[in-house]
Design a protein around this ligand. Structure first.
Ligand code: NDP
Length: 327
């Protein structure tokens, strides 16, 4: 038997509870993992609270991330004792996920945990951190460099935002951080933000083109915020679209794209090939000092994850939530 969160369907919607499950009921997979740590991402909070249609089959163990140790493997790449990491691949949505003491997954979904991070630190980054890194890599590939000017990060106190601010500032960029919670301004400055901007400035519908300011941007909000970020991007700049915390719609005009050559770069972390994942994690290893990460991390036990998911949905959480699944 092992402990897990389980999302089940009810006549009213869904409910999530801490449950004991039989290992015989683990899904198909060629690698078994003893999970050490998982995390709570925005998507996990949607799954646990039932506030978004994340779960695609029931009952579901949520958790898009896990870090743990292989206990059995029929996959050629993995042996008992290997320290592994999993982000995405539909785990926690269509295949039982990481908010459990045990998981059974496909070997091709796993990557080796970078030696620089222990399991807790790796989950301190988790999908949010790996996504922030994918966004920075996309901006770099577009040609962005630290001398080009200010780079904007929206949803800055969130998981993706906190890591994006940290990574960009460590790389020498001048970071402008957008937040709806100015009381966390000092936190964002400690992570490396040079300027703190009010979320409200980006929330109202704006002009098709605004004053050219951003050399690059990482957006976690979507909706009017993303439209305004694009409108304020400099000629030839790129905007990496990661999230939809403010809404799925994109009420924009094509003006920034066709009159200023702005590029909108879509970031999908879930189905990235292994090579992209390894590149992103290797860069995180180079850039992020595990000690520095502590500032962004709050640790909870598995049983606390249901309450914490509600806090995250209500925008009462900050940075990253790491889940010790063994307590
Ligand atoms: P968090 O909840 O940790 O952070 C989201 C942040 O957005 C909040 O901290 C808050 O920042 C801001 N925010 C929340 N609600 C609103 C709102 N209604 N309007 C404007 N701003 C708001 O989530 P994550 O950082 O984990 O994820 C951020 C987004 O990125 C989510 O939409 C998530 O689904 C997406 N995502 C996408 C991935 C991909 O593969 N593309 C992977 C991972 C995440 P503040 O208080 O500072 O304003």
């Amino acid at each position: 038997m092992f402990r897990a969160l389980l999302v089940t369907r009810t006549p009213e919607g869904t409910q999530t509870a801490l449950t004991e499950l039989d290992t015989a009921h683990l899904p198909e997979g060629d690698v078994e993992v003893d999970v050490q740590y998982s995390t709570l991402n925005y998507k996990d909070a949607l799954a646990i609270t039932g506030r978004g249609p994340v779960v695609r089959s029931f009952p579901m163990v949520p958790g898009v991330d896990l870090a743990g140790v292989v206990t059995a493997s029929r996959h050629p790449d993995w042996r008992e004792g290997d320290e592994v990491l999993l982000n995405g691949w539909g785990v926690g949505e269509a295949h039982w996920g990481g908010l459990a003491e045990k998981a059974k997954v496909k070997g091709e979904w796993l990557i080796r945990r970078p030696a620089a991070f222990d399991a807790r630190q790796a989950m301190g980054l988790g999908t949010a951190g790996y996504t922030a890194m994918l966004a920075v890599l996309a901006l770099e590939r577009h040609g962005l460099g630290p001398s080009d000017g200010e780079v904007l990060v929206t949803g800055a106190t969130g998981g993706v935002g906190s890591v994006a601010v940290t990574v960009l500032s460590r790389l020498g960029y001048e970071v402008a951080a957008v937040t709806g919670r100015p009381e966390h301004g000092d936190y964002l400055k400690r992570l490396g933000a040079a300027t703190i901007l009010d979320r409200a400035e980006f929330a109202a519908p704006g002009k098709p083109l605004a004053k050219e300011r951003w050399a690059g941007a990482i957006d976690n909000i979507g909706f009017t915020t993303l439209a305004n970020v694009c409108a304020g991007a400099r000629r030839g700049a790129a905007v990496a679209a990661c999230g939809l915390a403010g809404g799925m719609d994109f009420p924009a005009t094509v003006a920034p794209f066709i009159l200023r050559g702005v590029s909108l770069l879509g970031i999908d972390s879930v189905y990235r090939p292994r090579g992209d994942r390894e590149e992103a994690w290797a860069r995180l290893t180079d850039i992020v000092d595990p000690g520095l990460l502590e500032e962004t991390v709050r640790e909870i036990g598995l049983g606390e994850a249901i309450g914490a998911a509600g806090e995250l949905m209500d925008n009462r959480s900050r940075g990253r939530i790491v889940v010790d699944v063994r307590r």
